[in-house]
Design a protein around this ligand. Structure first.
Ligand code: ASP
Length: 338
């Protein structure tokens, strides 16, 4: 059987970094990354599309990366995107919305240590990503430290450990064991035609609630041009309404046409605004639950929804829809339990 034809799009990050007087900077080419890997059973082409620390990757770069993937999607069996780890989960989440129905596996990876360091995690992560790009079903994935995760469920949870990413509220799609790549559940990509839709509105904000937060600051954001807000509320999604009335502020914002999405500060498990009074009141005011989505996916989904021109009601319906595997809705849970 012929080797799978894969493409590496290199964008920078620690994986491609070298030491400089000003600290680590991404300077190595994609060719260099491949050269240090040795022989792999794939035919790999390489394109250097960016050379950035991922802290500098923003909506303009998401659009650019999505366009490149779309452009090359029919020439390859799979695409690997090497990327800095710091914002990789945001990029993976946004690409999931911008490239719905993607017809090949697209796998993001990076490393905690530059590839030119002898004990770097980069070679293993790259091998993993290429193997995933050759074997997985179509979709956007993040591969790191022996785990292949759905991109829109991945979160960076450690700053230095090799085990830097976790798949939140969904088991990893596959793990590497002595038996090879073991798929843990059947992630079924939604059957859609692949379209490139990079229209987003990045005038949004992500607020972590803390005791003492002044809800008037939300109006300051709206007055400065913020079109939607994700609030990381407490536990199941509760928020204060005595003295500093978050609930009333949310109601006012929603009546001004600004969608307010609530997620939980807890990384794991779902938020459920129906459980406590402090959540239900917000729900009655129109707060939109992000259920068990990661904050990265919630902010990407909100930007994308606003970019499509959705109003508050349409955004609410959109957040009650599983678009690319980013959320578990009640119906999904019921199906699993049957
Ligand atoms: N600052 C780096 C980046 O995100 C960190 C890394 O790649 O691990 O580009």
């Amino acid at each position: 059987m012929a080797n799978k034809k894969l493409l590496l799009l290199s964008t920078g990050g620690t994986i491609a970094s070298v030491v400089s007087d000003s600290g680590l900077v991404p300077k190595e080419s994609g060719e260099k990354l491949i050269k240090l890997l040795g022989k792999l059973p794939f035919d790999i082409d390489v394109k250097d599309i960016l050379q950035l620390d991922s802290s500098n990757i923003q909506p303009e770069e998401w659009e650019f990366i999505a366009e490149k993937i779309f452009l090359y999607r029919n020439d390859y069996d799979g695409i690997v995107v090497s990327h800095g780890t710091d914002t990789m989960a945001y990029t993976a989440s946004m690409l999931s919305f911008m490239l719905q129905g993607i017809n090949i596996p697209v796998v993001l990876t990076g490393s905690q240590v530059p590839i030119n360091v002898v004990l770097s995690d980069a070679p293993d992560n790259l091998r993993l990503a290429f193997s995933a790009a050759a074997k997985c079903l179509p979709g956007i994935y993040l591969a790191f430290d022996q785990k292949i995760m759905l991109g829109c469920r991945s979160v960076k949870v450690r700053t230095t450990n090799f085990n830097a990413f976790e798949s939140v509220n969904m088991p990893p799609v596959a793990r590497i064991t002595s038996d090879g790549m073991v798929f843990s559940h059947n992630f079924e990509p939604k059957k859609k035609k692949c379209v490139l839709n990079t229209k987003i509105d990045s005038q949004v904000s992500l607020v972590k609630l803390f005791p003492g937060f002044d809800p008037d600051l939300l109006f300051a954001m709206a007055d400065s041009g913020c079109h939607g807000i994700v609030i990381e509320a407490y536990g199941m999604g509760g928020m204060n309404y005595i003295r500093r009335n978050m609930v009333a502020a949310i109601g006012k914002l929603i009546r001004r046409g600004i969608p307010v999405i609530t997620t939980s500060q807890c990384l794991y498990e779902r938020s459920d605004l129906t459980k406590y009074e402090v959540g239900r009141l917000a729900l009655l005011e129109g707060a939109i639950s992000a259920h068990d989505m990661t904050s990265e996916s919630a902010i990407a989904k909100l930007m994308w929804a606003l970019g499509q021109g959705m109003d508050v009601h349409e955004v609410a319906r959109f957040f009650n829809t599983d678009v690319v595997g980013e959320v578990t809705l009640d119906e999904d849970k019921e199906k699993e339990e049957e």
